[in-house]
Design a protein around this ligand. Structure first.
Ligand code: AMP
Ligand code: MG
Length: 519
């Protein structure tokens, strides 16, 4: 284990590429560079609120025992070998080209090497202005920092590729935010999360170079990304092979989100990781009641572009933007387009395989795909709690007498009483499903085990986060601590005190069902 203070940090990204080394934090366009030097702006009183032991162990980072170490996590201390910078990227936001964006409040301090060639970027979110802050303050509030800290770790333990979070620090600085963009600005406590990932490169880092026609920079960034993160692609066709793998990873990430019921909320191309990780936790939510049309983001309400069921097609759309940015590297773009077009096949093959596992099927035939589609229709119509429904399905009695018995069995996961027709729809599905289960070549126990591994039982629901945040703002961390434990075992029944539908009070409450980007 090594201290944050004495570690010799690597700085391979800033060494490989041109940056603006001036240290000037004034907002501006930064053509021809991939990053700008940005020293974190100190905060009044950094205090450690939370620390991810699991991640720290994995990386060999010693838990801070001194204020000096906490100062690193709060942006008040930069060690000699660090080179703090903000990356320059662009993006498509809500379907429109947004031009230069960049790390407006994220500052990478350095790269933490765990083994030769293996390193992790340590990045502070909320550490003050950078040249990419535009008119914003470069800060983050406790509310959004708790959400990023807990959820990125929760996704990791759910087995979904994600950036991680090492620490949560309060800054002692009040931050002014208009949470619902309705003229009611108020001060909230400030906080900083240290995020960790092999790389925070986004589609947008490539898009900006494409848009600016900086083809040499683009080629160099692509080559560097392949050599460092996709070294198995070599030779003449490596760029195409790499892009094909980005397509595959993105498709699989979407399948994982659909599996656990995660809705990202802001799938702009600047929030799409080139490594296929879940990145940038803002107004996200799990679906409680099953609804493909559900979006947690108030800004997304008019078009519901980023709704639960649309995520897979948005993943494809975003890859199209990435392909567009990469096009200048291809004398003939046909193979690039063909690689993009593999998305559908990869997505559907993995999606149905995943759904088969959720249902405990030994394999997925054409008939099973029909059954899965019937299930989706039934869930969309009845809107049961997605997580509880699949949990109850694991122990489904295969001889339910009738439609009423079916409703009684699923009662715990229902938000509304079912009409006669809805009960019948549920029962019709269950009968077909029970018959199908009996045709499995494996035992019921093996099928149930598969279901238990695939369907989470504990999910970090927004109302739980909301309650934990309200407590934290009062200086209490009981619920936060409990959630931090529970999220490590999402497939067990150990934390069944949380195995409940979203309570009625939370269904319309600000911060529980709808969230804004304000953070
Ligand atoms: P997001 O919607 O959170 O992905 O952010 C989009 C862009 O806005 C990114 O360039 C962010 O860095 C930037 N941004 C968001 N919040 C702030 C803030 N409080 N200060 C500076 N930049 C911000
Ligand atoms: Mg972002």
């Amino acid at each position: 284990m090594e201290s944050l203070l004495s570690k010799k940090y690597k700085k391979e990204f800033v060494t490989a590429f041109d940056g603006d080394e001036s240290g000037n934090l004034e907002p501006r366009q930064t053509p021809n560079v991939l990053y700008s030097k940005a020293i974190p702006t100190p905060v009044p009183k950094p205090a450690l609120l939370a620390w991810s032991d699991g991640l720290a162990q994995k990386l060999g980072i010693q838990k801070p025992g001194s204020q000096q170490e906490i100062d690193v996590l709060g942006g008040n201390r930069v060690t000699e070998t660090m080179y703090p910078y903000a990356a320059c990227y662009a993006g498509h936001q809500f379907g429109n080209w947004a031009g230069q964006l960049g790390d407006g409040r994220a500052i990478t301090l350095g790269e933490w090497e765990t083994a030769p060639g293996q390193s992790w970027e340590l990045q502070l979110k909320g550490a003050g202005p950078t040249p990419y802050s535009r008119r914003a303050d470069g800060r983050a509030v406790l509310r959004s920092s708790v959400r990023e800290y807990l959820m990125s770790e929760a996704m990791h333990y759910l087995g979904v590729p994600t950036t991680r979070a090492l620490s949560l620090v309060s800054t002692g600085e009040p931050i002014l935010r208009d949470m619902f963009y309705n003229g009611n600005a108020a001060y909230e406590p400030g906080a900083i999360v240290m995020r960790v990932a092999p790389s925070f490169l986004r589609f947008g880092n490539f898009e900006i170079l494409g848009a600016r026609k900086e083809t040499d920079n683009l080629q160099n960034l692509v080559n560097w990304t392949i050599a460092r993160y996709y070294p198995h692609h070599q030779g003449e066709d490596k760029v195409l092979q790499w892009f094909t793998e980005v397509v595959e990873r993105t498709a699989k990430l979407m399948v994982d989100w659909m599996r656990v019921g995660f809705v990202h909320g802001v799938m702009n191309t600047d929030n799409m990781s080139i490594l296929g990780l879940t990145i940038d936790y803002g107004p996200y939510s799990f679906v409680d009641d099953y609804d493909p049309n559900f979006t947690p983001n108030t800004t997304d309400l008019p078009g519901r572009r980023y709704a639960f069921g649309k995520q897979p097609s948005i993943g494809y759309w975003n890859l199209g933007c990435l392909a567009g940015a990469l096009a200048p590297l291809f004398p003939d773009t046909k193979p690039l387009v063909a690689a993009l077009e593999t998305y559908r096949e990869v997505y559907w093959a993995n999606y149905y395989a995943m759904m088969g596992k959720k249902l405990g099927l030994d394999q997925v035939s054409e008939d099973d795909i029909k059954l899965i589609k019937e299930l989706e229709q039934m869930l969309t119509a009845l809107k049961p709690d997605m997580t509880i429904f699949f949990q109850l399905l694991i122990d489904l009695p295969l001889d339910l007498a009738d439609a009423d018995a079916a409703e009684v069995y699923f009662k715990k996961g229902l938000y509304d009483d079912l009409s006669g027709a809805e009960k019948e729809a549920l029962y019709t599905f269950l009968k077909k499903y029970s018959t199908r289960l009996l045709a499995n070549s494996c035992t019921r126990e093996a099928s149930q085990e598969l279901m238990r591994r695939t369907n989470p039982r504990f999910i970090l629901r927004n109302y739980l986060l909301h309650q934990a945040i309200e407590e934290m703002e009062q200086g209490k961390s009981d619920l936060f601590d409990k959630l931090q434990q529970a999220l490590k075992e999402p497939y067990s029944s150990k934390y069944d005190e949380f195995f409940e539908t979203r309570p009625e009070w939370a269904s319309q409450k600000a911060g529980c069902s709808m969230l804004s980007c304000s953070s």
